[in-house]
Design a binder for this molecule. Structure first.
Ligand code: 5AD
Ligand code: SF4
Length: 439
């Protein structure tokens, strides 16, 4: 067995969703605990972790080209680990095809990285795509660092099995992390400087747990407890499923001051026929009814969504129904994707797959309408006086960038520090940002 020099510096590159960003941060913390340091911007790292995403097209091909690009001019390469959902789905194949990869680690096994690293340092190639009974969270180091805006995974996995989606296979079954652990992690993040915490889960609003009094509570229970943390200013959560939008959570939007007026609630399609084929287990009507209930307690709430165009069998009429719901809801933002057949999912083998040309054309039309809606939403904000959370300096001297409660980017001038909440009047709107004036 060959012994390689142990890596001293690392870089974690995360792709895909916010949960991957969270996982990437946690892997970094684990490696730091092992005595490695994060490589400085622009420097080569001894160990590179590619934290991959499998949700859409060409995920695996992208990983192979990223691996190829890690080769340095002198022909040497860093120690490479592939993590994330592509690792989970295609770990064995990666080990076969890419000899430079020394570690493959799935999203539920990355707490074992230190042990894997020790073995890789001994010249072994190690794969761990287990979904162990023990939770990785217990084995991760305590949180010590945080930016102004932090992520906190509270729920993971999915039992819904939408027919297009790989998540139930790559992330596994739904689990809710325990209440006490989450409150502790939230406190540590706040102590480390977080002013905003975004609670993460594939079905975050399905989170459930037992509070300090032994009562079973839903996500609103956590949110209400976090509302009491003095130095925390803002709470957000994502992503929610329409069927898990319990009244308790909706009520929290009406009376929890720190819960921001923003709800990411994907509908995917505006056609009941397609929603059935997708196994979404909700209809257009039941989705709109949820929004009505939320708007009843929080009329100014911003709604964002996800849309898939070109799902197998989607007719021009089905697509027109999707445009109709976008028009009707008045989304503040949306993410839209061309349907991508994912190996192993039921939709991948359905009849009537839609051609690339039709998907391209539909995506363009959908995005054009979305921009119109986003512009209208931003324009309607002009004149509002609101708090902006300062995130970083802007490009112009004296300029700062921050976020409105409705997750809009706002730029403004003045003398601040990152993490300040400043009162501004929104004075001008563009499609992607607003200008604010200090009050
Ligand atoms: N093809 C295209 N988009 C997908 N999404 C999930 N799976 C697929 C797929 N196979 C989109 C959904 C989901 C978002 C995270 O990614 O819109 O809400
Ligand atoms: Fe995927 Fe559907 Fe679960 Fe969301 S709810 S993670 S789209 S299976």
């Amino acid at each position: 067995m060959t012994t390689t020099t142990a890596p001293k510096t690392y870089r974690v590159k995360s792709f895909g969703c916010q949960m991957n960003v969270y996982d990437g941060d946690r892997m970094g913390e684990l490696l730091t605990e092992q005595g490695l340091t994060a490589a400085a911007e622009g420097d080569d790292a001894d160990l590179v972790v590619l934290n991959t995403c499998h949700i859409r097209e060409k995920a695996a091909e992208k990983v192979y080209s990223d691996i190829g690009r890690l080769k340095r001019e002198d022909g040497s390469a860093p120690l490479i680990a592939v993590a994330g959902c592509v690792a989970q789905a295609e770990g064995e194949e990666i080990m076969k095809r890419a000899p430079s990869v020394k570690m493959v680690v799935g999203p539920q096994a990355y707490h074992r990285l230190p042990d894997m690293l020790a073995r890789a340092n001994n010249g072994e190639r190690v794969t761990d795509t287990d979904m162990p009974a023990e939770t990785k969270f217990d084995a991760l180091p305590k949180r010590r660092r945080s930016g102004t805006s932090a992520f906190l995974t509270v729920q993971e996995g999915c039992d819904k099995f939408c027919t297009y989606c790989v998540v139930p296979y790559t992330r596994g079954a739904e689990i809710s992390r325990p209440y006490g652990d989450l409150i502790e992690e939230a406190k540590r993040l706040v102590d480390a400087g977080a002013r905003e915490i975004t609670l993460l889960g594939q079905n975050v609003n399905a989170w459930t747990g037992e509070n300090a009094k032994g009562q079973t509570v839903g996500l609103e229970g956590l949110i209400r407890e976090m509302d009491a943390l003095p130095d925390l200013a803002r709470i957000r959560y994502t992503t929610s499923h329409p069927n898990d939008m319990a009244q308790g959570l909706i009520d929290a939007h009406g009376d929890v001051g720190k819960l921001m007026p923003y709800l990411h609630l994907p509908v995917q399609s505006g056609s009941d026929r397609i929603l059935r084929l997708m196994n979404r287990s909700h209809s257009v009507e039941s989705y709109l009814a949820v929004l009505d209930r939320v708007r009843a307690v929080r009329p100014d709430i911003a709604i964002s969504g996800d849309f898939i165009v070109g799902f197998p069998g989607e007719s021009e009429q089905d697509f027109a129904d999707t445009l109709k719901i976008i028009d009707q809801v008045g989304y503040a933002a949306a993410f839209s994707f061309k349907y991508s057949p994912r190996p192993g999912t039921p939709a991948a083998t359905m009849d009537e797959q839609i051609s690339a040309e039709v998907m391209d054309e539909r995506l363009k039309r959908l995005q054009a309408l979305m921009i119109e809606k986003q512009v209208a939403f931003n324009a309607a904000s002009v004149g509002k006086v609101t708090d902006v959370l300062v995130e970083k300096r802007g490009r112009q001297p004296g300029q700062w960038l921050g976020k409105s409660p409705w997750l809009q980017s706002v730029h403004f001038e003045g003398d601040f520090a990152v993490g300040d909440l400043v009162r501004v009047e929104l004075v001008q709107a563009g499609p992607n940002s607003l200008a604010g004036k200090l009050i």
